[in-house]
Design a protein around this ligand. Structure first.
Ligand code: FE2
Length: 267
C-alpha cells in the first residue's frame, strides 16, 4: 500500500505553510502590480511542486518522515525567488543570482528548519541547492539522493506545465524564452546533444527552437517512471513537439523520444 502523510505531519506542515504565507505576503505587499503577478506565479509553482513531491514520494512508498521532508523541499525550493525578484526585477539567474542558493540563504537566515534534526535539515537544504543544477553530485546518497531526485522531477514537471500554458493558452511572461530570438532552424550542436540522449546544454541554445529542444531533453534527466507518466499523460511533450518546424530534425526528435519513453515506461 502507498504511504500518505499522517495527521501529525500534516499539522506540522500547516505551521510551515503559515511561515511560507507570512514571508510571501511581506514581499507581495512591497511589490508593484507586475511584481505581485510575477511572484504570484512562483508561489503557485511552489505549491504545485510541493504537491508533486508528495505524490512522487507516495508512489515510491518512502516512509512518513521522508515524505514530510520531501513536501518541505517542494514548498521551499523556490523561496529565494521572492528576494531575487525584489532585488533584481528578474527571475533570470544569469542576470541576478543563483535562486537555489538564495532559497537556502532565506531558510538559514530565518531559521525556518530549526525544528528538524541537524542531519535532516542538511538533507533538505542540499536537495534544494541542487534542484536547478545540471546534475546531482555523485556523493549524494540515501535520503539526500532520493529527495534530490524527487524535487528535480517535481520541479521539471511543473515547469513543463508553465511552458504548456504559455504555448497553449498564451499565459505567462515572455521571459520564459530568456529573450532568445525565434530562430528558423534547430542548431546542430543542440541536435547533437539531443541525439546522444544528453540534456542540451544552455550554452548551445541560440534561439527559441533550440530552447524547446532543450526542454524536451529534460526528459532524459527524469528519475522516476511515475514522473514520466504524469508528463506524457498531461500532453506536455506533444505541445512542444507540435511547435517545432516540420522536417527531418523534428522527425528524429520525435522518434528518439518515442523510443526513449517506450524503454522507460515499458509500453
Ligand atoms: Fe527553482
Amino acid at each position: 500500500m502507498k504511504t500518505t502523510l499522517n495527521r501529525p505531519f500534516r499539522q506540522e506542515m500547516i505551521r510551515y505553510q503559515g511561515w511560507f504565507g507570512a514571508f510571501s505576503r511581506a514581499f507581495l505587499s512591497n511589490a508593484s502590480k507586475t511584481g505581485r503577478e510575477a511572484m504570484g506565479l512562483k508561489l503557485v509553482h511552489s505549491q504545485r511542486v510541493r504537491h508533486l513531491a508528495l505524490t512522487l514520494g507516495e508512489d515510491l512508498d518512502i516512509d512518513q518522515r521522508a515524505l514530510f521532508l520531501s513536501e518541505l523541499c517542494g514548498l521551499f525550493h523556490d523561496i529565494g525567488r521572492l528576494p531575487q525578484f525584489e532585488k533584481y526585477g528578474t527571475f533570470l539567474d544569469a542576470k541576478s543570482e543563483d535562486h537555489a542558493l538564495l532559497s537556502v540563504k532565506v531558510l538559514k537566515e530565518n531559521q525556518v528548519l530549526k525544528d528538524l534534526k541537524d542531519e535532516e535539515r542538511q538533507v533538505v537544504l542540499d536537495a534544494i541547492y541542487v534542484h536547478n543544477k545540471f546534475s546531482i553530485p555523485e556523493n549524494f546518497k540515501g535520503l539526500k539522493l532520493t529527495l534530490s531526485k524527487i524535487l528535480r522531477d517535481a520541479d521539471k514537471i511543473d515547469i513543463w506545465r508553465v511552458f504548456d500554458e504559455f504555448y497553449t493558452k498564451g499565459k505567462g511572461s515572455n521571459e520564459i524564452n530568456l529573450g532568445l530570438p525565434p530562430g528558423d532552424a534547430i542548431s546542430s550542436e543542440v541536435m547533437e546533444d539531443f541525439s546522444s540522449g544528453r540534456i542540451v546544454r544552455l550554452e548551445n541554445v541560440k534561439n527559441q527552437l533550440d530552447f524547446m529542444v532543450m526542454r524536451l531533453s529534460w526528459l532524459f534527466d527524469i528519475n522516476f517512471k511515475a514522473s514520466l507518466k504524469i508528463i506524457t499523460q498531461r500532453g506536455y511533450i506533444d505541445t512542444i513537439l507540435e511547435r517545432l518546424p516540420q522536417g527531418e530534425e523534428r522527425r528524429l526528435i520525435s522518434s528518439k523520444l518515442s523510443r526513449f519513453l517506450k524503454e522507460r515506461l515499458g509500453t
